[in-house]
Design a protein around this ligand. Structure first.
Ligand code: PLP
Length: 494
């Protein structure tokens, strides 16, 4: 066959494939039908949250599991949705419920979902400015807004990440490169943190190849905040030994108790010792917007002021701005060091190098092609402004304080007065095994399922945690939680 003879054959083959390939582009009628079904589904889901369970123990999956295993379709959308309801939504934690008061509660505001939906339909390329200047501009402006919130200087930037873990990782890799740490330096270098630091920081240390660095666990005070004098002493001792104090990691809202480390004192120590100062504000960062004060008259936001002196911050809009899972941010004061640690060059990207009005997210993170995740934050902020977000944040702090006072009145022992929106408490009547009694109580709460609480161990003691951060948690939810606890106490006869 000659070259010319092949072309008609190719055309025939293409003509045979095209109708099936085009099925992936539904027509307007099909789209309308699906959208209507999705609307019914989301209405029913959101409508069922109030009064529904926050946690359901996973029973046997039976046939439902089979349907979740199956890939080959086609199956009509209403059947698929029913499979998801039965196989996925009916078991385990319901993070969309306001009764989710465990771990760090999630969000999922509808306007965020709309942003995700549009981002997926538009499918703008938010990795490289040359390809998606508008999308990159939106993401970088969001980062500048977050930097201003932390009172970082103009010119700081960062990256929108999938969450706090990747944000912390990017910060640690940037710190490593900014300090020019080579393999031979590691065993002489020191990282300072507390036992309250989130486990993802240890994970980031390992992934960043820093496992052989000396980790100094600095003691905490009675509020589980880093003791800055102990930090100062340890750093001085390490310097005297000839070690290289390299990095301090503080928490602005620890996961266990919501405690905020003393930012200014840690910044002083880092500044005078040439150390990188990183703040993990993944959970608590947005309380910097709070208008509330503490009983001692100090403003909540004052506890965050010293963050302006840090080198990097991790902050999670999918926690403190109530967005669906999948949006964190890292903020970096000296973006040049972030760029040096993450940029790339490749021949097939040569067209992109010319256009550099904005730094590209692909040069500031391990990702290249990425979800245009900024739209889920940008759209709600445009639709609502900031006010309802700040109202939610203040409401969460006050709900936590309300709970703190009410459980004390019920006879529970509480931890320190909450810095943010997490309260720890335990049942410790004299003469009883308090750990066992508190565990038994938590089991009953989880069995009830109307609210979901989790536990932690602090200084060897078992504590229940209440973490308020869902935009669907209001006073009635906390009252339900107190009822559930009261019932559990009565039933347990403890
Ligand atoms: C949630 C959390 C993280 C981890 O963030 P992800 O978004 O889950 O990856 C890190 N630090 C703190 C303090 C957190 O609360």
């Amino acid at each position: 066959m000659t070259q010319d003879d092949k072309l008609p054959l190719l055309e025939q083959e293409l003509a045979a494939l095209e109708p099936e390939a085009r099925l992936l582009e539904p027509d307007a009628r099909q789209r309308a039908e699906w959208m209507a079904q999705l609307q019914r589904e989301t209405d029913a889901f959101i409508g069922g949250l109030e009064g529904g369970k926050a946690y359901r123990k996973a029973g046997p999956m039976g046939g439902v599991l089979e349907s979740l295993r199956q890939i080959p379709g086609p199956v009509p959308l209403d059947e698929v949705l029913a499979e998801l309801r039965e196989g996925m939504l009916n078991r385990g934690l319901n993070p969309a419920s306001g009764g989710h008061l465990a771990y760090i509660p999630g969000g999922g505001i509808f306007a965020g979902a709309m942003g995700d939906f549009l981002a997926a339909v538009y499918n703008q390329y938010a990795g490289v400015y040359y390809g998606g200047p508008g999308a990159v501009k939106i993401e970088n402006e969001l980062l500048r807004w977050l930097c201003r919130m932390m009172a970082y200087p103009a010119g700081s930037l960062g990256n929108l990440t999938s969450g706090g873990s990747v944000a912390n990782l990017i910060a640690l890799v940037t710190a490593r490169e900014a300090h020019g740490l080579q393999a031979a330096d590691l065993s002489q270098s020191c990282i300072y943190l507390t036992a309250q630091v989130h486990h993802c920081v240890h994970k980031a240390i390992r992934i960043a190849g820093l496992s052989s660095v000396r980790i100094r666990t600095i003691p905490t005070d009675s509020h589980f905040r880093m003791d800055p004098e102990a930090l100062q002493t340890q750093v001085a001792q390490d310097r005297a030994t000839g070690f290289h104090p390299f990095l301090a990691v503080a928490s602005a809202g620890t996961t266990d108790t919501g405690s905020i480390d003393p930012m200014d004192a840690i910044a002083d120590c880092c500044g005078s010792n040439g150390m990188w100062f990183h703040v993990d504000a993944a959970y608590g960062g947005f309380f910097a917007l709070s208008r509330l004060s503490y009983p001692n008259g100090k403003m909540v936001r004052d506890a965050y002021r010293g963050i302006s002196r840090s080198d990097s911050v991790a902050i999670d809009p999918h926690k403190g701005l109530f967005l669906p899972y999948g949006l964190g941010a890292v903020l970096i004061r000296d973006v040049a060091s972030q760029y040096k640690a993450h940029y790339y060059r490749a021949a097939y990207m040569q067209d992109a190098f010319a256009a550099q009005e904005e730094l590209s997210p692909a040069d500031l993170s391990p990702e290249m092609t990425k979800h245009f995740r900024g739209l889920r934050l940008w759209l709600p902020l445009r639709l609502y402004g900031l006010a309802p977000f700040v109202a939610n944040l203040d409401e969460k702090i006050l709900l936590c304080r309300y709970f703190y006072h009410r459980v004390q009145a019920m006879g529970f022992v509480t931890g320190p007065y909450p810095d943010t929106s997490i309260c720890i408490f335990r049942w410790a009547p004299p003469g009883q095994d308090a750990d066992a009694a508190t565990q038994a109580l938590l089991d009953r709460v989880v069995d009830d399922g109307r609210v979901f609480l989790s536990s932690t161990t602090l200084d060897g003691q078992f504590w229940i945690r209440l973490a308020v951060l869902s935009f669907r948690t209001h006073l009635s939810t906390i009252k339900t939680c107190l009822d559930v606890l009261q019932n559990a106490l009565t039933c347990s006869k403890i």
